[in-house]
Design a protein around this ligand. Structure first.
Ligand SMILES: Cc1cc2nc3c(=O)[nH]c(=O)nc-3n(C[C@H](O)[C@H](O)[C@H](O)COP(=O)(O)O)c2cc1C
Length: 364
């Protein structure tokens, strides 16, 4: 039975609905932050605290939400963040997300812990738009051969960037997952990173044991250099908080910096990404694009991010809420709402496009 999406007027509506309809295990896996979920809440609250000092009398009748994102034009400065195991939200999972983001004209970052292969995701995206963009999120796990093979696979499938997540030397502790004995559901596979010597993720409770082999606590900058040299694709760093780490990443060849705290799922007590963003923007000093994710729920947040120097934002959970509500049309509506809100925000702030979203909007 298809859901009537006309009453869904905001991303928060999708969240409310998804939390009602999802079974406890995926619901809690998706919504959780680490420990007391302070950073999870702060990500959202910190955007809301920023006041927008709008301009008036600027003729905003001819506007566009289009933006350059990592060297190419996108329909808006928004990307789909990588989130694992999307088939727990809807049987179409990542395929629905790929089609909806291709139709919306925004890049999709595919999680390496996806429940659908990168080849199938690329086929779904390019069937909608041959120019659709997919970036492959990577962890560097203990088995470097597996990592290299996935990087090659992503390149062969037509991905145009790798996104290396660097905030996960170990998994953050998400208490709801422990209580629910989180495990990859029967019949679902983490297709790119099967557990060596056995079925995927059916042992243990909580994400620690279920996915332990996909990450490596010994990672250093050398491992980033190794990945950079193993692929012809540009590599972005995802999960950066501090200015010196952003600068170091750029010096070592990162082609983009994604300021993120993994949606509050790793170190609880980390600053909201909006608070970390200006430090990273200063440190990067325009050498490569800076992106940000975490708690972006409104078109006003997109404007705030741009005014702080980000080139684009990524959205994580709202995509899952759209999927859980209605599959592909749900994700499409989430992205359409965000674009509409961003367009209206531009107009009300006195901007005709992203180039007008300058710092003085937040600090007049
Ligand atoms: C359920 C879930 C799964 C996620 N899986 C991954 C992942 O596999 N790799 C990764 O780099 N980030 C992952 N993230 C983090 C997101 O990419 C993103 O940083 C975060 O969700 C942004 O915050 P938001 O959900 O408030 O938009 C996940 C987040 C959630 C909520």
């Amino acid at each position: 039975m298809s859901v009537d999406l006309s009453p869904f007027t905001s991303l928060d509506e999708f969240e409310r609905h998804a939390l009602e309809v999802l079974p406890a295990m995926p619901r809690d896996y998706y919504r959780s932050g680490a420990w007391a979920e302070v950073t999870l809440r702060e990500n959202r609250a910190a955007w809301e605290r920023l006041r927008i000092w709008y301009r008036v009398m600027r003729d905003v009748s001819d506007r566009s939400t289009r933006a350059e994102v990592m060297g190419r034009s996108a329909a808006m400065p928004v990307c789909v963040a990588p989130t694992a195991l999307q088939r727990m939200a809807h049987p179409d999972g990542e395929l629905a997300t790929a089609r909806a983001s291709a139709a919306a004209g925004v890049p999709m970052i595919l999680s390496s812990l996806s429940s659908t292969s990168v080849e199938d995701v690329r086929a779904a995206a390019t069937a909608v738009d041959p120019a659709a963009r997919t970036w492959m999120q990577m962890y560097i796990g203990r088995d470097r051969g597996m990592v290299r093979a996935l990087a090659q696979r992503a390149h062969a499938a037509g991905c145009d960037a790798l996104v290396l997540t660097v905030d996960t030397p170990t998994w953050g502790i998400r208490e709801r997952d422990i209580r629910n004995h989180f495990r990859v559901p029967e019949g679902m596979r983490i297709v790119h990173l099967e557990r060596p010597g056995g079925p995927t993720g059916h042992a243990g409770s909580g994400i620690h044991e279920a996915l332990s082999w996909t990450i490596d606590a010994s990672l250093t900058w050398r491992d980033f250099e190794w990945l950079r040299d193993s692929t012809p694709l540009p590599v972005l760093l995802k999960g950066v908080c501090r200015a010196e780490d952003a600068a170091r990443g750029v010096e070592l060849g990162a082609q983009g910096i994604l300021v993120s705290n993994h949606g509050g799922r790793q170190l609880d007590g980390a600053p909201a990404t909006v608070d970390a963003l200006p430090h990273c923007v200063d440190a990067v000093a325009g050498r490569v694009p800076v992106l940000v994710d975490g708690g972006v729920r409104r078109g006003t947040d997109v404007l705030r991010a741009l005014a702080l120097g980000a080139q684009a934002v990524c959205v994580g959970r709202p995509i899952l809420w759209g999927l859980a509500t209605a599959g592909e049309p749900g994700v499409a509506k989430v992205l359409a709402l965000l674009q509409h809100e961003f367009d209206v925000t531009l107009a009300l702030a006195g901007c005709s496009g992203v180039d007008d979203a300058t710092a003085d909007l937040l600090r007049p």
